[in-house]
Design a protein around this ligand. Structure first.
Ligand SMILES: Cc1cc2nc3c(=O)[nH]c(=O)nc-3n(C[C@H](O)[C@H](O)[C@H](O)COP(=O)(O)O)c2cc1C
Length: 340
C-alpha cells in the first residue's frame, strides 16, 4: 500500500487524482475515480446553453448521490472567466448547507488566474477544504505559496489542455517545488499515463499524481467516443500548442488546431483578450461544443497531452487506478531489491 500525505489527509486509498477538464463534463469520471479509491475532480463546465452556476450545483448533487467518497472541483479564475467570482462564493455556501458536501467536498482547485480571492474566501467559509492552485513555473508557485494555499498542482508543459507561457517540464518543475517547499502538499500533473510515471512522480516528492488524457481514454469518461478513439493511435508527436482562451493550449493536431494559429506572446494575448468580443468567445467555444455533442473531431478542438503516446487502450477507471498503483509499488520494491 502506498501511503502519502495526500492519501492520509484526504482519506483516499490511492494517490491518483483525475485532472479537471473544462469546458467538458467530468462528472461521471469523478464519481468513477473516487469510487475506485482515487480523488475525482469536477470540471468548470462552460458549454454554451449551460448556466454554469446552476450546473455546478447540479454536478455537486449528482456526485453525492452516486458516491460517498471524497471528491474535488476546479474553478478557473482567469480574467476572461466571467462566472468565477460567483462560483468562488457560492460553492462554500452550498457546502455549508449540505452535510454530505461538507464531508465529501474536500478539495478546491483554482487555476488559470490568481488563487488569492479563493484563498481568502475559502479560508473563512470552508477552512476544512483543501485549497490547491495550478503552478506552471517556480516563480508562479512562489506566489501561490504567498497566498497561503494548502497545496500546489505542479503542471508541466507536456500536459493536455491549457498551458502557461513558461514551457517548463513536469520533471523539472516537480523537483523544484518539492525541494523548495517540502512542507506544502504537492500534486504532480502533466505527462502521467503509466505506472512508471506514477512511481517517478512520487519519487520526486509528489504526494499524488493527476492525470487527464489517460482518464479521457476510459470507459467511464463522458467524452465523445470519437474523441476517446483518437487517443490510443495518437503518438507523442501528434499534439501542438496553439492559441487558446487563456493562453497556449495543447491540442491534437487536427484541421482546427492546424488552422487555429500559433501561440502569440503573453503581452499580445492580453491585448487580444482586452479586445475580445462575445462573438469571438462564442466562436471559440463552438469548436469545443461540436466535439462534445457531435463528435466532430476535425473542426472541433481536441485537448490532449503528449501522454497520448503512452496510451494504447480504453480502460476501466478502476483498472487504471488499481493496476497503476500495484505496478508502481512493484517498481519501488524491485529498485530496493537491487540495492545491496
Ligand atoms: C480536455 C482537457 C481540458 C482541460 N481543461 C482544464 C480546465 O478546465 N482547468 C484546468 O485547470 N486544467 C484543464 N486541463 C488541464 C488538465 O487539468 C491537466 O493539467 C492535464 O490534462 C494534464 O496532462 P495529461 O492530459 O497529459 O494528463 C484540461 C486538459 C484537457 C486534456
Amino acid at each position: 500500500m502506498i501511503k502519502t500525505r495526500i492519501t492520509e489527509k484526504f482519506g483516499i486509498k490511492y494517490p491518483i487524482i483525475s485532472a479537471p477538464m473544462g469546458p467538458f463534463y467530468t462528472t461521471r469520471l469523478a464519481v468513477a475515480t473516487s469510487e475506485a479509491g482515487g480523488l475525482g475532480v469536477l470540471s468548470h463546465v462552460t458549454l454554451r446553453g449551460v448556466n454554469s452556476i446552476k450546473d455546478f450545483k447540479a454536478q455537486l448533487e449528482y456526485v453525492v448521490e452516486h458516491t460517498d467518497k471524497p471528491f474535488g472541483f476546479n474553478v478557473r479564475t482567469a480574467r476572461v472567466q466571467g462566472d468565477h467570482k460567483i462560483l468562488l462564493r457560492k460553492i462554500p455556501e452550498w457546502r455549508n448547507k449540505d452535510p454530505r458536501l461538507k464531508e465529501q467536498l474536500i478539495y478546491g482547485l483554482t487555476s488559470a488566474g490568481s488563487p488569492r480571492k479563493a484563498g481568502a474566501m475559502w479560508k473563512q467559509k470552508a477552512p476544512d477544504m483543501y485549497h490547491f492552485h495550478v503552478g506552471p513555473a517556480l516563480w508562479l508557485v512562489d506566489k501561490i505559496v504567498e497566498s497561503k494555499c494548502d497545496g500546489i498542482v505542479a503542471t508541466g508543459i507536456e500536459g493536455g489542455g491549457h498551458q502557461s507561457y513558461e514551457n517548463i517540464s513536469t520533471l523539472v518543475l516537480t523537483q523544484q517545488v518539492a525541494r523548495k517547499y517540502p512542507e506544502k502538499l504537492l500534486v504532480s500533473c502533466g505527462g502521467y499515463a503509466s505506472p512508471e510515471g506514477m512511481a517517478a512522480g512520487l519519487a520526486m516528492g509528489a504526494d499524488a499524481v493527476a492525470m487527464g488524457t489517460r482518464f479521457i481514454a476510459s470507459k467511464q469518461s463522458e467524452f465523445h467516443e470519437n474523441y476517446k478513439a483518437l487517443i490510443p493511435p495518437a503518438t507523442a508527436r501528434d499534439t501542438i500548442l496553439t492559441t487558446g482562451g487563456f493562453g497556449p493550449i495543447r491540442l491534437l493536431k487536427n484541421k482546427y488546431a492546424l488552422e487555429h494559429g500559433e501561440v502569440v506572446s503573453k503581452s499580445e494575448k492580453i491585448q487580444q483578450e482586452l479586445g475580445y468580443s462575445m462573438d469571438g468567445f462564442l466562436e471559440d467555444l463552438h469548436h469545443y461544443e461540436i466535439v462534445y455533442t457531435e463528435g466532430d473531431v476535425e473542426d472541433g478542438a481536441i485537448p490532449i497531452g503528449q501522454t497520448a503516446g503512452l496510451i494504447d487502450d480504453i480502460l476501466d477507471v478502476d483498472d487504471i487506478i488499481t493496476s497503476f498503483t500495484k505496478e508502481a509499488e512493484k517498481i519501488f520494491k524491485d529498485i530496493c531489491s537491487h540495492i545491496s
